[in-house]
Design a protein around this ligand. Sequence first.
Ligand code: HEM
Length: 450
Amino acid sequence: MTDIVDDNRTTADREVPQPANYVEPIFGSAPAGTHVWQRVPYVADHYGPVDDFTVDFDHADPAYNPIAPQVWKELREDGCPVAHSDRYGGMWVPITHDTVQEVAYDTENFTSRSVVVSVGRPGDLSLPAPIGGAPPITSDPPFHGMARRLLLPPFAPKQIEPWEPEIRKLCRDLLDQMGDITAGETVIDAAVQYAQHIPVNVIGRMLGFPAADEDLFRKFVHDALERIAEEPGTREGMDDLGKYILTQIQDHHEHPRDDLTSYLLNVEIDGQPVNDDIAGGMIVLLLIAGIDTTWSAIGSSLWHLAQHPEDHQRLLDDPDVMTFALEEFLRAYAPVTMARMVAKDHDFHGCPMKQDDWVLLPFPAANRDPLKFEDPDTFVVDRQENRHAAFGLGIHRCLGSNLARLELKVAIEEFITRFPRFELAGDVRWSVGQIRGPRVMPVRILAVAD
Ligand code: HEM
């Protein structure tokens, strides 16, 4: 326990930590004395365009996210419950609901030490399991449970529900800012002008960070989650993110206030204050997990409605259907794929998994498994049986699901009420990497509420 509590020195007093993207030029198998290591030397050409995802999987190929459901279907129909790729120094990709669930529940054979597959693995000098750099998502038992319990109270329904009026106002303000709309003519970008602003504003306010920094937060998310196949050490945003959080922590130490950051700087584990490194890791997690996940879910839901006016009309005619529609948006367009690392050599359904191999956990693919869901590739606006895995499975199940559902519900309600009909009006650009959602999405407004 002693290594997780404060020793009364502030982070500033301690040795300056290496930037998160610091890379020792060391290759091989989990060498000691490294912050980040690579199994194979980085060669940019090894991360070029994929010809066939069924034999050469790469979630960071920009061509993947636009067609991901088709890739999962092809893999399943090829009888391949677990795909393999040589990229990233070796990566496994379970595709069926059963195999995704099995990995998610097995914390003995799979560690959460790093949940984003990139060209560099965490080295011996990174905060090791069971804590990891962004608790609790990077933590393994038993520390995981302790860290998770600290975050449960601020994300409980009673704490989240009061945010509804503010989120509604935020959405209405964004719609107002789109200016005069001429039905049948005006084209707006539902991702850039709407979806991307909602979660970033809400989590920024919860953490007590300046609203003026919202663009910066989106840059941090882009660097952390989209630039994963770039040469190690070149993602300067990872370093900037660490520095930004340290500055905010310092400011909150000096000027404590009623927000999540001050809460995390004052919580205790076993009667001892949590140190700034662990609190900082949690803050990084909330900032990253709270932004492009929900942004993607809002965007994908509007993408669906732009192409399915019958579902849009049903929601306007019968608003109670929203309860079911929300879960169906989350199932069919689940935005979050997480990852694990193999903790020890073992055989997984005939796959010879080696320690430190990456394992992608595509919860969105599990949601499209016909053995689990009837007619999984069809969006059923009032689907009744819907035990989807969008928020994950097992001990790491999403802690922010109450907030995510509230943001998603309010964002969709406000958009479809203001614009009772809209359609796609140009090319959609999808995100790159483990979080899937539209980043550019022009829509033509066909009707405007009086
Ligand atoms: C639609 C939006 C969201 C989706 C689909 C989503 C999905 C997920 C998934 C799949 C996991 C499991 C990760 C794993 O197994 O490794 C997870 C974990 C987590 N999510 Fe979310 N998330 C969303 C929004 C949010 C928001 C808004 C927050 C908070 C601001 C949040 C905070 C967290 C945290 C703290 C964890 C880690 C829980 C743990 O490790 O015990 N998420 N989320």
